[in-house]
Design a protein around this ligand. Structure first.
Ligand SMILES: [Zn+2]
Length: 293
């Protein structure tokens, strides 16, 4: 069975960009008569905004985006990530890193994906103390995956990124590990999310291979931009979507998904007519007019 998910982080309220990701993943799941799960990616309490998690869920409900099963909170799943880390430790694929950000800034080159870790601690065998970060060993064989919308993408992790962190020096698990463990445990068969996460996929595929997990399919949705051409995000101060304007928000999101998850042949007139309908009716129409991306 198809299992999809929407996985927001409660670092702010739901904005237009995240609504598009929610709707895109919802439509894919409903079109396949599958399940649509919601997972709250609240790994880092320091970045969290109080009340945002509940607010996001209420906003989804106001748009008739009802999920299957219970919402999963990453903050409650430390033991799952510990277990995965223990497996990686046992297989010798990870090591402790004592480097500081400041020290690395002087030594590491910058790549397209950020700082490239130069492998300083790789063969030192530092003890696995809580205050040290844990990195996973990478290699330079190209890792490739084919996205349903974005085609084939490859990365050579070692040169492009270096050994990357799976548990931070402050003790929190890194997003890359948590996502892989949760998608596996929740049986997710396809990951539908924003294009901004496209270049994270190879790291996740790499961890999936090391942990012996099945690799899900991927469908990265085109980015939603503001009039200045910037990606809509908390960093660019994207405004929260208004629950009272649910129908208009859904119509706008459908317009942005036209040609990817939504049939490209639907017309503006058809979409405009939907503005008068309740969210449930809009979603029903959208499922019937979704494209098999
Ligand atoms: Zn190091």
């Amino acid at each position: 069975m198809y299992i999809g998910r929407f996985a927001p982080s409660p670092t702010g309220l739901l904005h237009k960009g995240s609504l598009v990701a929610a709707l895109g993943s919802y439509l894919r799941a409903r079109q396949q008569q599958g399940q649509w799960l919601v997972r709250m990616e609240d790994l880092d309490p320091l970045r969290e905004v109080a009340g945002a998690a509940d607010d996001i869920l209420q906003t989804l409900e106001a748009h008739a985006l009802y999920w299957d099963g219970e919402v999963v909170y990453q903050s409650q799943r430390q033991s799952c990530y510990e277990a995965a880390l223990a497996e990686l430790l046992a297989s010798g694929q990870v090591y402790a890193c004592t480097c500081t950000r400041k020290g690395l800034r002087q030594q590491a080159a910058m790549g397209a994906l950020g700082m490239i870790y130069p492998g300083i601690c790789r063969d030192v065998q530092h003890p696995f103390l809580g205050r040290y970060a844990i990195r996973v060993r990478t290699h330079n064989m190209p890792l490739c995956f084919t996205d349903r919308l974005q085609g084939t993408h490859c990365q050579c992790l070692e040169t492009e990124l270096g050994d990357f962190i799976i548990r931070r020096s402050d003790g929190y698990f890194a997003y890359q590990l948590a996502v892989v463990v949760d998608d596996h445990l929740q049986g997710v068969t396809e990951v539908v999310r924003g294009e901004d996460l496209l270049d994270n996929t190879q790291r996740q595929n790499y961890l999936q291979r090391l942990l012996g997990y099945r690799q899900p399919d991927y469908c990265h949705l085109p980015m939603v931009k503001n009039p200045q051409g910037q990606k809509l995000s908390k960093q660019t101060h994207a405004p929260a979507v208004k629950r009272a304007a649910a129908a208009a928000n859904l119509v706008e999101a459908l317009e942005l998904l036209r040609g990817s998850v939504v049939d490209e042949k639907i017309t503006i007139t058809e979409l405009e007519r939907l503005r008068q309908e309740p969210p449930e009716v809009i979603l029903q129409w959208a499922v019937a007019h979704s494209a098999s991306c």
